[in-house]
Ligand binder design. Structure first.
Ligand code: FES
Ligand code: FE2
Length: 329
């Protein structure tokens, strides 16, 4: 199963890394330890200790005078600096690098990586644009799912699954699909969904949600393959809910949600946490259904509004080339 080598993946937002606390990430079947030092610098090394293979991400960090730090192996406490060099007991001298660093591209708080592969696509600019204009609210729902990348992407671009997968959350009655704009690896989908408001209010237990519309107008902006942005507009403020995808291995994929916003009214402050909570429930429901799909089942039935999934399959099959047809409609 392809993992789209050459695509840029957003491994984390800097806020997900506590200072001097090792953080494990996986990409293309390899595990890495990431850590942020006291100066805000991000280090990334392969995660298996070159002594006897312990997971460095299960260890801790030791800070130096200059605020840089080393990761310490939890097994026999060897310390590795950001270059992967260590000082062996009884020796005063630093070794040569013993660990492969992972190449990162840091843009502001965004930590991107091509996983050491030849880049086939530029890093999307959109997150920098959003970060410049909107307040960062938080990240949530960081989850590894036992599913391949294609299955995860199909779910995230399936404009009918709200009816089943997210039924209990929104009580969506139907999906009115309006428009799909196909620009190759970038696309927009516009649709609206009448929702049962009382249910949503119950779920969130917040009076601020009286500001919610009766019809949820969704504008999804898709950057194949690594992210989807839900552009949300409520009476209280504007939300940018960003879903990120990462192929951890051929059979495990990771997703998480990042949220930005702009207040139009003070209720927005109350809503921020509620929106994060909502994002978490949405991902839990997606995770749940992805665990209940038989892989490789031939699709004998096609519904309306599957254009997002057609777009994913077209891009996936021809990656990194973009082939006809243009699916705009
Ligand atoms: S396994 Fe890491 S120090 Fe021994
Ligand atoms: Fe979903």
């Amino acid at each position: 199963m392809s993992m789209l080598a050459g695509a840029p993946w957003l491994l984390a937002h800097k806020s997900m890394l506590a200072v001097n606390k090792p953080f494990k990430v996986s990409l293309y079947g390899n595990d890495y330890v990431l850590w942020k030092d006291g100066r805000g610098c991000i280090n990334a090394l392969s995660n298996a200790c070159p002594h006897m293979g312990a997971m460095l991400s299960a260890g801790w960090c030791e800070e130096r005078e200059d605020k840089s730090s080393a990761v310490v192996c939890p097994f026999h406490a060897l310390e590795f600096d950001g270059e992967g060099c260590t000082v062996l007991p009884g020796s005063q001298k630093k070794t040569l690098p013993q660990l492969e660093p992972l190449e990162l591209i840091i843009q502001g708080d965004f930590i991107w990586s091509y996983g050491g592969r030849e880049p086939q696509q530029p890093i999307p600019e959109i997150l920098n644009e959003i970060a410049a204009e909107y307040e960062f609210i938080g990240c949530t729902a960081d989850t590894s799912i036992e599913t391949d990348l294609l299955s995860l992407l199909l779910n995230m671009h399936d404009y009918n699954h709200q009816n089943g997968t997210h039924r209990s959350l929104f009580q969506i009655q139907e999906v009115h699909f309006e428009k799909f704009i196909d620009n190759g690896h970038h696309s927009h989908a516009y649709f609206s969904m009448p929702i049962a408001l009382t249910n949503l209010r119950d779920k969130l237990k917040n009076p601020g949600l009286f500001l919610f519309p009766k019809v949820l107008n969704a504008h999804l902006e898709n950057y194949f393959p690594s992210l989807v942005i839900l552009h949300g507009d409520t009476g209280a403020g504007i939300f940018k809910q960003i879903h990120l995808f990462i192929p951890e291995s051929p059979t495990i994929s990771r997703t998480y949600v990042m949220m930005f916003g702009l207040a139009k009214n003070p209720v927005f402050q109350l809503l921020k946490q509620k929106f994060l909570d909502l994002g978490k429930i949405v991902v839990e429901q997606d995770t749940d259904i992805l665990r209940k799909i038989y892989p490789n089942t031939p699709q004998k039935i096609k519904l309306n509004n599957e254009v997002g999934m057609d777009w994913v399959r077209r891009n996936f099959d021809s990656y990194p080339e973009i082939v006809e047809p243009n699916l705009s409609r």
